[in-house]
Design a protein around this ligand. Structure first.
Ligand SMILES: [Cu+2]
Length: 158
């Protein structure tokens, strides 16, 4: 009995270190497509346990969450200007991320954790100004259609 318990414990221990990832997102003045004041990834898909690291590749940016635009129970984050900041994901759902000085120019991103879209309406109600608000709405729509496409029953040849 004791031997069995030990074996079970070892097995659990070897499985449990989850495949947590660090996802790096750059803060840019311009991306390869020529868009100005942008995050290098705008639809950021993650899982609980992952860390999203926003890095100041270019100057004069920050990354932070937005009040009422993140999952219940999730700790908000607020990076300083010109500094890297890490968002430690603990909850499933959507999080709107902005660069404070450039949000109205469209420097925003949407984090999608665990394919959970249940707080989408809150994200859309968060009143991010200008192009940022429009882009967040587009990203919510993109997340919806991407996840819907992935959850379609497999046809057998895919
Ligand atoms: Cu910025």
């Amino acid at each position: 009995m004791k031997r069995f318990a030990t074996a079970a414990l070892l097995l659990t221990a070897s499985i449990s270190p989850a495949f947590a990832e660090t996802i790096e997102v750059e803060m840019l003045n311009k991306n390869d497509a020529g868009d100005r004041m942008v995050f290098s990834q705008e639809l950021i898909r993650a899982e609980v346990g992952d860390v999203i690291r926003f890095v100041p590749t270019d100057k004069a940016h920050n990354a932070q969450s937005v009040k009422n635009a993140l999952p219940a129970g999730q700790e908000p984050f607020r990076g300083k200007m010109n500094q890297a900041v890490e968002y430690v994901v603990t909850e499933t759902g959507l999080t709107a991320v902005i660069c404070a000085p450039h949000q109205s120019m469209g420097m925003v991103a949407l984090v999608v954790v665990g394919d959970d879209l249940s707080n989408a309406e809150q994200i859309l109600d968060a009143r991010i100004p200008g192009k940022g608000g429009k882009k967040i709405a587009d990203l919510v729509e993109e997340a919806r259609s991407t996840i819907a496409a992935e959850t379609v029953e497999p046809t057998g040849n895919s």
